[in-house]
Ligand binder design. Structure first.
Ligand code: ES4
Ligand code: ZN
Length: 324
C-alpha cells in the first residue's frame, strides 16, 4: 500500500509555501540574513511545534516567515518544496502564498512573487513539476489591506491564478471580504477560501454565496449541515482536506476519528493535502499513508483521492486529460 501511494501520480491543492519552511533551511537563511531565531536545536523546535489551536500555530508560522528577506530566500524556499514534490510523484501543485506576511515587514510584493515564480518556472523545466499560484489574503487584517494587496498584485497578474483567504478564521467571516473578492474575480483571479476549519458551517455558506468560491479549503465543519453538503455536491465543489494539519491543530482529536471517509461516503469531492508540512509532521504522501492506515481506506479510495487532485485542480481541461 505504501508503495502504491508513493508511486501514484498526484497533485497538491492546499499548500502554504511559508508552511513548507523546514527547520534546516530556516536556520540556514536566518544565518545568512543575520537574524536570530528563538531556537538553538531541532529539539527546541519540536517542542515549540506543539499546538493547541490554529492561533497557536499561526503565531509561530509568522515568526518563521520573518527570516525571509531576499528574492533568493523565496526562491530557495519554493524550490526546496518543489524538490519534495518531485520525490513524491506530485506532478502538479497549487501553491498559496501570503503577501501581507511579508509586505507588512517591509519586503516588497515584487521580491516575494519574483522569487517564488522563478522557482516554479525552474521546477517545471528541471523537475517536471508544474505549479500555479494562489495569492491568499490574511483574514485577521482589514478588507482595505486586502485591497492594497490586490492592487500590488496587478503588475504580476500573469503569474497568479487564484486568490485565497487564510489565517485566523473565528471572528473573521468571509463576509468581511465580499468586496475584495468581487474585485479579485473582476481581475480574472479564481476565488477559493479556507472555511469550516475552526469556523462553523455558516462560514462555509458565506464563502460559497458571498465569495463565490470554486474550491473549499478544509471545509470539515460542512458536515454540521445536511443542506450545505447537498449544495456543495450540487455545485461540484471539492474540499481540500488536510488530515495531519487537522490533528496537529486539534480540529480532529485523532486520525481514527477523521471525517474523511464519511465525506467520501456522503459523495463529497475530496482531496488530500499537507497544508503546512514543515509544521504538521508530514508531506502529502505521509498524509495519504497515515490516513489510509487510520481509516482503513481501500486502494480504489486512494486512487479516487489522487484522481480528484487533478480533476479539481485549476489546470486547463487539456492538461487534466494527461492525468485523468
Ligand atoms: C493555515 Cl492550517 C491554516 N489555516 C488557516 N490559515 C493558514 N495559514 C497557514 N496555514
Ligand atoms: Zn491552509
Amino acid at each position: 500500500m505504501i508503495e502504491f501511494i508513493n508511486n501514484l501520480p498526484k497533485a497538491e491543492l492546499h499548500l502554504h509555501i511559508e508552511g513548507s519552511f523546514e527547520p534546516e533551511l530556516m536556520f540556514k537563511i536566518a544565518q545568512r540574513n543575520n537574524i536570530k531565531i528563538p531556537y538553538k536545536s531541532i529539539k527546541e523546535i519540536e517542542e515549540a511545534y506543539k499546538f493547541s489551536c490554529l492561533q497557536d500555530f499561526l503565531d509561530i508560522y509568522y515568526q518563521g516567515a520573518g527570516v525571509l528577506i531576499t528574492e533568493q530566500d523565496f526562491y530557495d524556499l519554493t524550490y526546496s518544496y518543489l524538490q519534495k514534490c518531485a520525490a513524491q510523484n506530485v506532478k502538479h501543485t497549487e501553491i498559496m502564498f501570503d503577501p501581507q506576511t511579508h509586505t507588512h515587514r517591509g519586503i516588497t510584493f515584487e521580491t516575494v512573487i519574483k522569487g517564488i515564480s522563478k522557482a516554479c518556472k525552474d521546477a517545471e523545466e528541471n523537475l517536471n513539476v508544474s505549479s500555479l499560484l494562489i495569492m491568499s489574503y490574511l483574514r485577521h487584517l482589514s478588507e482595505e489591506d486586502a485591497f492594497k494587496t490586490l492592487e500590488q498584485s496587478l503588475p504580476f497578474k500573469h503569474l497568479i491564478t487564484a486568490v485565497g483567504l487564510d489565517s485566523s478564521e473565528k471572528g473573521n467571516p468571509p463576509s468581511k471580504f465580499k468586496n475584495v473578492f468581487e474585485a479579485s474575480i473582476k481581475q480574472g483571479y479564481i476565488p477559493v477560501a479556507h472555511a469550516g476549519e475552526e469556523g462553523d458551517a455558516d462560514y462555509v455558506w458565506e464563502a460559497l454565496d458571498l465569495l463565490k468560491i470554486k474550491r473549499i479549503d478544509h471545509g470539515n465543519n460542512s458536515l454540521q449541515d445536511a443542506n450545505l453538503i447537498k449544495e456543495i455536491i450540487k455545485r461540484n465543489l471539492a474540499l481540500t482536506v488536510c488530515p495531519l494539519s487537522n490533528t496537529a491543530l486539534k480540529v480532529v482529536d485523532n486520525l481514527k476519528d477523521h471525517p474523511l471517509k464519511k465525506m467520501l461516503e456522503l459523495g463529497l469531492n475530496i482531496t488530500i493535502n499537507s497544508d503546512d508540512p514543515a509544521y504538521f509532521g508530514g508531506q502529502v504522501n505521509q498524509n495519504y499513508i497515515e490516513t489510509q492506515k487510520a481509516l482503513n481506506l481501500s486502494k480504489s479510495q486512494i486512487y479516487l483521492l489522487a484522481k480528484n487532485s487533478f480533476k479539481y485542480s485549476f489546470l486547463s481541461e487539456e492538461k487534466k486529460e494527461i492525468y485523468l
